[in-house]
Design a protein around this ligand. Structure first.
Ligand code: FAD
Length: 263
């Protein structure tokens, strides 16, 4: 196996695109070192790319791809829902290694942070074909192309809520549900609900018809839950049946709307 530690994202991407070899980015290594990890011919370590900082400017928080989940939890400027999601990540050892870039790109079957980032309408800075560009997180997740350099959110522009269900404190989450929306004259705009753990891929549901244009305190929770569940694929896994998961998601939606109605 070859090992590289490039200093620029463009350099890293060039090595990744070398033909005929399985070239893999190495961030915190929590997925790569796991029992089901794929073998690689080349490891491209991202640690020297200078993507390890959080910065705030113009109301935006820019989180470099190699910032760890623990650093996000500890950073004083991390908005509450994101800090809460980071803190509920499995034990401190994993949080200290796992990065936000690996969370976005890793495709793990359940995620604490992704639903929250989607609820915030996060944007990514990526390096693709030697060029830096910006793209929406949701769009990127459809194609997963390029090196993720940073994740940006604008916390002031959206109200975000998150709920997480775990079987034990040191376990992966079973279901993570996040909701995000803007408020115009006290009325909900551009609402989205993201659910991780229901099936293999994160589900993103636009619930416009159920809540858009209403005040948070006026939402019919039963109707909102039905709208979400109708569009949601839910599968059994070793921890819970699809039926149990649906009940947890319903409970999350009710708790989120209780919290939102205090706005
Ligand atoms: C024991 C254990 C417990 C876990 N607990 C949780 C949990 O509680 N909650 C949760 O949400 N997740 C959990 N995970 C999943 C995992 O740790 C996270 O998704 C994590 O953030 C992955 O980050 P990493 O830096 O370790 O990625 P790595 O393992 O280094 O990489 C993962 C994949 O992403 C690619 N990659 C990494 N960085 C980038 C980048 N910047 N651009 C493009 N591709 C990139 C790598 O090439 C690789 O294919 C757990 C995993 C393990 C093994």
């Amino acid at each position: 196996m070859e090992y590289f530690s490039p200093k620029k994202p463009e350099e890293a991407e060039k090595i990744k695109n070398r033909q005929g070899k399985k070239n893999v980015y190495l961030a915190g290594g929590t997925i790569l070192n796991w029992k089901s990890c794929p073998s690689a011919d080349t490891l491209i370590d991202l640690k020297n790319l200078g993507l390890d900082r959080i910065s705030v400017s113009g109301g935006r928080i820019n989180i470099g791809a190699t910032v760890t989940v623990q650093e996000i939890a500890d950073y004083p400027g991390t908005p509450g829902p994101l800090a809460r999601a980071a803190r509920t990540f499995t034990g401190r050892n994993i949080r200290g290694s796992a990065t936000i870039g690996g969370t976005v790109a890793g495709g793990f079957f359940v995620s604490n942070l992704l639903p929250v980032l989607i609820a915030y309408g996060a944007e990514l800075e990526i390096c693709l074909n030697g060029r830096r560009k910006k793209t929406g997180l949701r769009e990127w997740l459809d194609k997963r192309k390029g090196l993720v350099c940073a994740v940006t959110i604008k916390p002031g522009s959206r109200n975000v809520f998150v709920e997480c269900e775990k079987i034990s404190a040191i376990d992966f989450p079973l279901i993570v549900t996040a909701a995000g929306f803007g408020l115009k004259n006290g009325k909900i705009s551009d609402p989205v609900i993201a659910v991780s753990g229901a099936a293999a891929r994160i589900a993103v549901i636009r619930v416009s018809g159920a809540i858009e244009g209403r005040k948070p305190g006026e939402i019919d929770r039963e109707f909102l839950n039905e709208s979400v569940q109708k569009d949601l694929r839910v599968t059994d896994n070793v921890k819970a049946s699809a039926d149990i998961k649906r009940r947890i998601i319903k409970e999350h939606i009710c708790r989120i709307m209780d919290e939102a109605s205090c706005l």
